[in-house]
Design a protein. Structure first.
Length: 67
């Protein structure tokens, strides 16, 4: 038993494969962007925490001076 594949079927399959490759590439770029956003958010979070600690130190030092 032989199967005949139409040219139209091959064209549709090729179109689907091309679109899947485009979607995969777009997804990979999106994941890279999300990774970068995550790294920047973590850095921002650390910097904010450092700022809070520095501010608390400053307040504590001023209170010590006022005593």
């Amino acid at each position: 038993m032989t199967h005949q594949v139409s040219l139209r079927g091959i064209e549709k399959a090729s179109y689907i494969i091309d679109n899947v490759q485009i979607l995969n590439s777009t997804l990979n770029r999106t994941l890279l962007i999300l990774d970068e956003i995550s790294i920047r958010a973590q850095t921002f979070e650390r910097n904010a925490a450092d700022d809070v600690v520095a501010l608390l130190d400053l307040v504590c030092n001023q209170q010590t001076l006022l005593r």
